[in-house]
Ligand binder design. Structure first.
Ligand code: HEC
Length: 735
């Protein structure tokens, strides 16, 4: 479906209208010129000309070509692909900012993303222009030296679709190719935007029908094709990766990650082989295996590496009752970039049952192992093990735990995990590490060729796992198979101490070189630089530079909100910048309850760019909420009603509003709801009154009595919390 015409309407778009192009007239002129230029142009035809760092239209800036992408690390002034280069090493060769002078870093500029939701994007930079995506897939083009807005593109994603999104309205970034910017949307479109004008060139739907897929990952462009996967396993879909012609938007290939119904025939031999590892009627719930983030590419081998997600449902004995490894869940797939055919696979978590997706960032590096130079693939996914594979053929080289792991004791020589007894919680709830948030998930990791170390944020956290024995696939809602009631209480009582840290990992020795503790989980991705530095933002609102060799903290700046995304570095007019998109929210920040609150920050997305001797002031963040006030709204209810309300809340609401209604600082904490808001509670919850800002309506799933039960329970929680804070406790779990 091509929705280009119906989607883009700059004169009416509120964002365009609000595009605060303060500042110089020449910039306005540049925008006007490129806008006029682009209407004069036929669809699909790239607009030529460029905008220099001062916003002046100049002809002949270089388009992003295959050659430039292959050699991306040779031009450190730009950051033209998600991971910095195809190997996704996130290593900048710029050296202006180094160990000795990093203390002189200051804020060059900041740009307000005008959102309180989570920001996970890696900005791309080329020709002095930064392209960054924000929640709801809004793309901004900014002057990379000043932060001034050049254009904003809002794909007007279908707000009703947010109910099909597991972990926040996030977007992890755009791709650049030729004269275009590419973005995937939560409502499953892939859009090519003219990079000069911000005008869409093509817009294709990447899924068939109305299955609950969504796109949050950044596209990658390889050999002229835009590659994109999707999410949705938690709701029940079948994973796949697609490649589109960058010029026309035509589908070139599509590769499924798990088999479909054998009665309908297999798409490939790989699917036929995979089907032998499944039992029961797995295809009804889709099977899962969605490829929602990590990818890397080796241009010499012409292999595209893709990480696949957890099962649908996640509980193995509900998904595939007769057993089996369930290929290709939680695997690294090496695909032929021309055809999408599977060349090799390595399954990290056979028969997964803990939501241990293998979609974490994939990093390629050539390392000397046992005296031999190996082309390796490095991976530190949710399962808690650090994997080293030979990326030419998928040979397993090693796997060692980088955090506390209790589901398996290790890996055998063939690369198969040795599961601990009873960990599939078939006999009842079990406490297992890591928790479904994983030891490490999508947060970008970086590699420093000088130190040979890999830097990434790590969590040490466990969870109660329990299966819902009555689970049956239900369309258009959660289908994890977990017992959500047992599950949602974990972070409140049984979670035990959670620790988090920045770890520098030696992938050859397979051990930690150094680590720095963090306040709570979900800290930012990393950037390493030839200046001997590692940059990382933290959940508790700081942006920090560490010495790459030993982790000594050399500089930090407040950023006014939690950071989850990965930083980038680039150069404009001879000056090196280090930039990061900050913004607490989504996933852990929403569903982590007390642990997320411990970050002490609120949402408030912004891009911040730092350079030497700049003196800008970081805009203050929103203050954390105070104690829960005694609610003044009255609603008569029975104990049974409130108990049902609690159960419904944990099935439908807690993923965004937090377990036990303890919200983590980004989405409203419903215990603080005013009497005025309580008066219109049913209109908000059933009719979708706040749909536009991401609060979906549930009229089709919750009747009036359900909503009343939820509301009554929330009021009870508010009273409990208010009483606890009067008694001097924090507004924490029991409080
Ligand atoms: C997909 C995430 C998501 C889910 C699921 C969700 N909400 Fe929300 N909700 C939000 C967001 C985002 C907002 C803030 C909207 C805004 O800024 O106007 C919100 C706002 C609200 C508000 C208004 C808060 C205020 O301060 O005005 C209420 C009430 C509410 N939600 C109740 C619920 C209930 C009850 C459920 C479960 C039936 C639920 N929500 C499920 C995301 C969600």
């Amino acid at each position: 479906m091509n929705r280009t015409n119906s989607v883009w309407a700059p004169p009416r778009s509120p964002l365009w209208g609000a595009a605060r192009v303060r500042g110089r007239r020449r910039m306005l002129l540049a925008i006007l010129l490129s806008w006029i230029g682009s209407i004069a142009c036929h669809e699909g035809e790239p607009v030529t000309g460029a905008v220099d760092s001062a916003g002046v239209a100049v002809p002949g800036a270089r388009p992003v070509t295959r050659e430039r992408l292959v050699a991306a690390s040779d031009e450190p002034a730009s950051w033209i692909t998600h991971g910095g280069d195809y190997a996704e090493q996130r290593f900048s060769r710029l050296t202006q900012v180094d160990e000795r002078n990093v203390s002189r870093l200051g804020l060059a500029w900041s740009f307000d993303l005008e959102t309180e939701r989570g920001v996970e994007a890696t900005p791309l930079v080329d020709d002095g222009v930064m392209y960054v995506s924000a929640p709801f897939d809004v793309v901004h083009a900014l002057d990379a030296a000043t932060g001034e807005r050049l254009w904003t593109f809002d794909p007007q994603m279908d707000r009703d679709w947010v109910r099909n999104v597991c972990c926040g309205f996030v977007n992890r970034g755009v791709a650049l190719y030729g004269e275009r910017v590419y973005i995937g949307t939560l409502d499953n479109r892939l859009i090519a935007i003219d990079r000069r004008s911000g005008r869409p060139v093509w817009d294709v739907k990447t899924v068939e029908g109305d299955k609950p897929y969504s796109i949050t990952g950044a596209p990658r462009v390889v050999e002229g094709k835009v590659v994109i996967g999707n999410s949705g396993a938690d709701f029940g879909v079948r994973g796949f990766v697609s490649a589109y012609d960058a010029q026309t938007g035509a589908l070139v290939w599509r590769t499924y990650t798990v088999p479909g119904n054998p009665a309908e025939g297999f798409e490939s031999e790989a699917m036929e082989r995979a089907a032998e590892t499944w039992t029961g009627e797995w295809w009804v719930a889709g099977g899962g295996g969605t490829a929602w983030d990590g990818m890397a590419y080796d241009p010499e081998l012409r292999l595209l590496y893709v990480g696949t997600g957890n099962g649908a449902p996640a509980v193995r004995w509900l998904r595939s009752p007769g057993g089996g490894d369930n290929l290709y869940l939680c695997s690294i797939l090496a695909l032929d970039v021309g055809t999408g055919e599977l060349v090799w696979h390595y399954q990290e978590v056979p028969a997964e049952s803990w939501d241990y997706t293998s979609t974490a960032p994939i990093l390629l590096a050539d390392l000397e192992i046992d005296g031999r130079l190996r082309k390796t693939l490095l991976h530190a996914p949710k399962s808690g093990f650090f994997y080293v594979l030979d990326r030419t053929n998928g040979e397993f080289l090693s796997a060692e735990p980088f955090t506390t792991v209790t589901w398996a004791s290790g890996y055998d020589e063939a690369g198969r995990p040795i599961e601990n007894p009873g960990v599939d919680f078939r006999d009842g709830p079990r406490f297992i590490r890591p928790a479904p948030y994983g030891g490490h998930s999508w947060q970008p990791m970086s590699f420093h060729p000088g130190t040979g170390l890999v830097y990434f944020p790590r969590r040490d956290m466990g969870s109660i796992f329990a299966g819902d024995v009555d689970w049956q696939h239900a369309p258009a809602t959660w289908n994890t198979g977990f017992d959500t009631a047992a599950f949602s209480s974990f972070s409140l009582t049984d979670g035990g101490p959670m620790t988090a840290s920045l770890v520098a990992w030696d992938p050859v020795a397979q051990r930690e070189a150094w680590s720095v503790p963090h306040v709570t989980g979900f800290n930012g991705g990393t950037l390493s630089t030839a200046g001997g530095l590692v940059f990382q933002g933290s959940a508790d609102g700081r942006f920090v530079a560490y010495r790459a060799t030993d982790g000594e903290k050399l500089w930090e700046s407040p950023v006014g909100t939690g950071v989850m995304a990965g930083p980038v570095s680039y150069e404009v007019d001879g000056e090196q910048y280090v930039a990061v998109a900050a913004g607490w929210g989504a996933s852990f920040a929403w569903s982590g309850g007390q642990l997320a609150l411990a970050a002490g920050v609120r949402g408030g997305g912004r891009v911040l760019a730092f350079k030497l001797d700049a003196k800008g002031e970081v805009p203050a963040g929103r203050a954390p909420l105070g104690p829960v006030p005694e609610p003044t709204f009255a609603l008569a209810s029975s104990e049974a009603e409130r108990a049902r309300g609690m159960e419904l809340f944990h099935f439908y609401c807690s993923v965004c509003h937090g377990p036990m209604a303890v919200a983590g600082g980004s989405v409203p904490d419903l215990r603080h709801l005013s009497a005025e808001r309580h008066a219109i509670f049913p209109r908000i919850v059933r009719d979708g009154l706040l749909r536009q800002s991401g609060m979906p309506g549930f009229a089709d799933q919750l009747d009036e009595a359900d909503v009343r039960a939820i509301q009554a329970w929330i009021l009870e929680r508010a009273r409990e919390s208010a009483a606890a804070s009067r008694a001097g406790a924090t507004n924490g779990p029991s409080g």
